[in-house]
Design a protein. Structure first.
Length: 249
């Protein structure tokens, strides 16, 4: 199993190292101010990003990785999810591919996912619920790769068919966990290996189609016995992060 940080080329092995990395982001990143506080974002030039969240004294208290990729997905933002009392931290619950149904009169989309938003407070002005476009990154936690759909379908103990997403809310039981995690099984459209210029660790990105949804999948290259290939299948557990696309980009 790997971590979201390692999936974009940043490896830390303790909470102390994570806070050291947050300090580096705070020193070298670009400030993004909001009405609720400030973030510092460090862009690596490989489309991977680290977002440091600053407290009232401008000290970083946590970091959130993200990959600014090619996926664009229509969603119905249904709920803001707060998991602590810090205004910069937050997640969204979203219905994928909204269909216009009124809530209570049928599902308003295909299924729900929960994703971490690295610049959550930046969107504080957005009224919920609303229809928006979201760019979704999926950082591998534990993953299996297959060279083709046929190879995956031959597998006897597969969890789900190709094109499936099983979100954390689906398995949360009576007390929803509201975790930004999902099991994803999809087809690789295109892929590229990047070297993180700050650490010289390698990671592999792929645009992965999962039914009618796309994810920017990132995996720590050191954990792969074989690379992702176009036309192949990616299946596994992922940490989800997303940014709202409000300007048609």
């Amino acid at each position: 199993m790997t971590t979201p940080l390692a999936s974009v080329g940043f490896k830390v092995f303790s909470s102390e190292e994570a806070m050291q990395l947050a300090s580096v982001v705070a020193q070298r990143g670009e400030r993004v101010g909001t009405a609720l506080g400030s973030y510092m974002v460090l862009k690596t030039g490989t489309r991977s990003q680290l977002w440091a969240k600053l407290d009232e004294e401008n000290r970083p208290y946590s970091i959130c990785p993200h990959f600014e990729g090619d996926s664009r997905n229509p969603v119905l933002l249904a709920q803001r999810i707060k998991y602590n009392n810090k205004p910069l931290d937050g997640r969204y619950l979203a219905w994928m591919n909204p269909n216009g149904n009124t809530p209570g009169f049928g599902p308003p989309g295909e299924y729900t996912i929960i994703f971490e938003c690295p610049n959550f407070a930046y969107y504080n002005f957005v009224e919920i619920p609303c229809n928006v476009t979201v760019q979704l990154a999926a950082a591998a936690r534990e993953v299996s790769l297959y060279n083709s759909v046929e190879e995956y379908n031959y597998k006897q103990d597969k969890i789900c068919p190709v094109g499936s997403v099983i979100g954390s809310a689906a398995n949360a039981g009576a007390t929803p966990a509201y975790l930004p995690e999902a099991y994803i099984c999809g087809v690789v459209e295109r892929t590229q290996v990047f070297e993180n210029p700050f650490t010289h660790y390698y990671f592999q990105w792929a645009l992965v189609t999962v039914g009618n949804v796309q994810f920017d999948v990132c995996i720590d290259a050191a954990t792969l016995e074989v690379p992702m290939v176009a036309g192949g299948v990616v299946a596994g557990d992922f940490h989800l992060s997303g940014q709202l696309i409000l300007d048609g980009a």
